[in-house]
Design a protein around this ligand. Structure first.
Ligand code: TYD
Ligand code: MG
Length: 456
């Protein structure tokens, strides 16, 4: 008789299962990602009698039979986080918080726990990475904690499930899914099958008991949550906490949200005493801006529903080699190359003789097309060594023939510029034609980049 297979090969990226090893995963096309792991135990019975404890068969219903009461939302005490979640925590939802190690995931969630406990919610914080002592040290840094907040150091999900049933909290934090394990899965914690099975258990807890569960997940070098990609499919919401190590600002970004928009971002600052919300990021991002420096312009972007002003810096310098150097920080490299090609072809600047460096100040990462015009004008300003008026704000998309195209939400962008004391705005002409006259700011509509360059 053939022996039953006990191991299989899993793709570390997407969780694809295969009986034999392969160099490339046929599902996600990643190379060298197949690892051998014991298969999870499956108790599939083909008998017709339902096994004890199985869920009863549900009947299909018509749409008008489904009642939609407003879901219960629990405010987190942070407006920045609530906005990203879609106005608060939904009971019974499963939220994955990903981010580089040391970025502040545990700190953020601990502070959220503190707020929730102070509002009278029962919260359980489970850590598989730190001892209770370490948690206490961190808690001391962020200030006093009162209310119904319980801590548990545990990595076995069977024990965790039991504890949750016992104390029935409203919100549970699981600090790092990569440390959790189930006893009936024989591979090591952090492996594909463990992460998948553990998330499964947490999903059943969340859905079955109506508890909101936050899962912390570490991010690999490639920027995805370590372990199988399937994790992202299983949860309701995926949030990424990002930022540069040497910059104190942190951005919380939604990558998937079944209960809200994914365009929203939340901005926090890591201080000595924990994370603080940054309610007006534009002000901070423009802080310490050099006056009268060439190559620096201010752009206006929309993140979700909120306009954000930030500084785009360009440095264009004579190239000493045949192949000019180009680097970008905080924006898309290929887009910058494209814009330089447009400048070369449509305005006859000899960009191929120059090295160019583009930087978005403040450690922000932005890819909105409305940034194009600001990048173009920053490049020209640096090349001509001619500063742009510091009270000018620029936005607009640039097309391949050098035309400046309309962008969305132009009114909001202009309003934010007025609020922060800007005096001139260079914007697409198409947007200007549709806009009401604004007091306190001079609006200059442009239809191609040549017109825009004449204005600076
Ligand atoms: P942490 O939340 O442990 O990161 P993660 O869980 O994402 O790995 O954050 C650790 C970093 O934050 C650490 O480098 C110290 C810093 N930190 C502060 O600057 N101020 C504080 O009040 C706290 C608690 C941490
Ligand atoms: Mg941590």
């Amino acid at each position: 008789m053939a022996k039953a297979r006990t191991t299989a090969f899993f793709c570390k990226e997407c969780g694809y299962e295969s009986a034999k090893w392969m160099g490339q995963c046929p599902a996600c096309r990643a190379w060298n990602t197949m690892v051998e792991e014991p298969t999870a135990k499956r108790e599939k019975t083909l008998s017709h009698s339902p096994s004890p404890g199985a869920r009863p068969v549900q009947k299909p219903v018509r749409l008008d039979e489904i009642s939609i009461e407003e879901e219960d939302r629990i405010p987190t005490g942070y407006r920045e986080l609530d906005r990203v979640l879609g106005s608060g925590i939904v009971a019974g939802s499963l939220v994955l918080v990903g981010g580089d190690p040391g970025i502040g995931k545990s700190t953020l969630l601990l502070q959220v726990c503190r707020n929730l406990a102070e509002d009278g919610h029962r919260v359980l914080y489970i850590s598989g990475e730190e001892s209770l002592k370490q948690i206490k040290l961190r808690a001391n840094r962020i200030g006093s904690i009162s209310g119904d907040l319980l801590f548990l150091c545990e990595t076995s999900l069977d024990n965790i499930e039991e504890t949750i049933r016992e104390i029935s909290p409203e919100v549970v934090i699981v600090d790092s899914i990569q440390t959790m394990y189930r006893e009936d899965v024989s591979s090591a914690p952090g492996s594909v099958s463990q992460v998948r099975e553990s998330t499964n258990v947490l999903m059943q807890i969340a859905k079955g008991m109506g508890i909101a569960v936050f899962i912390v997940g570490h991010v690999t070098k490639e920027g995805v949550v370590a372990g199988p990609r399937v994790l992202e499919h299983m949860v309701d919401t995926v949030l990424y906490f990002e930022g540069e190590r040497n910059v104190s600002y942190r951005i919380l970004r939604g990558a998937k949200n079944r209960f809200g928009s994914t365009n929203e971002i939340g901005v926090f600052e890591m201080r000595e005493k924990g994370l603080v919300e940054v309610e007006n990021p534009s002000e901070y991002l423009l802080n310490g801006r050099p006056e009268e420096a060439s190559g620096a312009v201010v752009a206006c972007l929309i993140e979700g529903t909120r306009p954000i002003l930030l500084e785009v810096q360009a440095l264009v310098a004579q190239s000493n080699f045949g192949l000019p150097r180009r680097t970008t920080a905080g924006t898309d490299y290929n887009r910058v190359n494209l814009l330089m090609a447009v400048l070369e072809k449509r305005c006859h600047y000899e960009m191929n003789r120059y090295d160019a460096y583009i930087n978005i100040a403040g450690g922000m990462r932005m890819n909105e097309p409305a940034l194009d015009l600001a990048i173009v004008l920053a490049l020209v300003s640096s090349m001509k060594d001619k500063p742009v008026d510091p009270k000018t704000i620029i936005f607009g998309e640039v097309g391949l023939s050098g035309e400046v195209r309309a962008v969305s939400m132009a009114e909001q962008r202009v309003k934010e510029a007025v609020k922060l004391g800007f005096e001139t705005c260079i914007l697409p002409k198409v947007n200007l034609d549709k806009m009401k006259k604004k007091d306190g700011i001079r609006l200059c509509g442009v239809s191609n980049i040549r017109e825009a360059i004449l204005l600076i």
